[in-house]
Design a protein around this ligand. Structure first.
Ligand code: RIB
Ligand code: CA
Length: 306
């Protein structure tokens, strides 16, 4: 099984991505690190704990990360993700995060699973950048870093220029994307191609815990966003990229992240041809959407249910 650490700012699509990984027989989620972004760190941490308990996996450690960047507070997206960042009620967690903070936890997991660890980063890259500064060897110890972030050859979603995660911490995005992780960048260039239509309900089949909660999350999102025809599967697509990269076309590039120009903060520009990052430039959208649906419809074998 592939050992995975998920760095997340849950968020509704982060929640779907986590449940996909927990449902997968190919993956062992060895830990979660939380970061502010979609919601405050307290909410994203609480959501990670609540989701793990709901899925019957309270054994998976959760390590708290950054409540803000080195430069500024996060820009939250409660208007997109709903109350407390998940939009739906779930029982309060009975478990607590581990004492380690995210950077030390990431370094420890990279060392323990040396050469095998996949890190899937679904929020601002603050925790990953701090882990890298703390222990530069995680670059060699980590087999693959998959980043949901950036808008390379398409418009942004939080400003006309920048995607939400790189906008929220452009300095961290610069540090991580300039480093020599084996980084796969899954940005809006492909994630805006993979979405659910409101009329496709119920999107998932079966009544296993992941399918049941995913239906509730997506249905509530559509109920709260009556003018939005589609729910974009940003973070779930990063999971598909980690597990089935052949559904994508990749171009190697060096990525420049705008850190100074206030109007273009977090804008990501690619110089294609060579560089440390492989950028997803196209995706087999129907197959990828079907893969998301399948991974969330498949019954989990350890989940406790609602
Ligand atoms: O731009 C989309 C990304 O920002 C997703 O990861 C979403 O969860 C938010 O974090
Ligand atoms: Ca996210």
């Amino acid at each position: 099984m592939i050992p995975v650490v998920v760095d997340m700012d849950s968020g509704t699509d982060d929640a779907l991505a986590l449940m996909m990984l927990l449902n997968s027989q190919a993956v062992e989620v060895v830990g979660i690190t939380t970061v502010g972004g979609n919601a405050r760190l307290a909410d994203t941490t609480r959501n990670a704990l609540r989701l793990l308990e709901y899925m019957g996996r309270p054994d998976i450690p959760v390590a708290r990360g950054a409540a803000r960047t080195a430069q500024r507070a996060f820009h939250y997206a409660y208007d997109v993700h709903g109350a407390r960042g998940l939009g739906i009620p779930l029982p309060s967690p009975t478990t607590r995060p581990v004492r380690s903070r995210a950077p030390a936890f990431i370094s420890r997991m990279a060392s323990r699973y040396r050469g095998k660890l996949n890190i899937i980063a679904l929020g601002p890259l603050t925790n990953i950048a701090r882990a890298l500064r703390k222990e530069p060897r995680i670059v060699e110890w980590t087999k693959q870093l998959v980043v949901m972030g950036g808008a390379v050859d398409v418009a942004g979603n939080i400003t006309p220029y920048a995607e939400f995660n790189t906008f929220n911490d452009p300095d961290a995005a610069h540090t991580v994307l300039a480093s020599f992780f084996a980084t796969s960048l899954v940005g809006l260039d492909v994630t805006t191609r993979v979405s659910f239509d409101r009329t496709d309900a119920p999107w998932f089949t079966g009544d296993a815990p992941a399918a049941t909660l995913s239906k509730r999350i997506v249905r509530t999102w559509f109920d709260e966003h009556l003018t939005s025809p589609r729910y974009h599967l940003h973070d779930p697509l990063a999971v598909i990229a980690a597990l089935d990269p052949n559904l994508f076309s990749w171009h190697r590039a060096s990525i420049d992240v705008e850190m100074e120009n206030a109007a273009r903060l977090g804008m990501t520009t690619a110089t294609y041809g060579s560089g440390p990052v492989r950028v997803a430039v196209a995706v087999r959208a129907e197959d990828a959407t079907a893969a998301v649906t399948d991974m969330l419809s498949r019954p989990g074998d350890r989940a406790s249910g609602a």
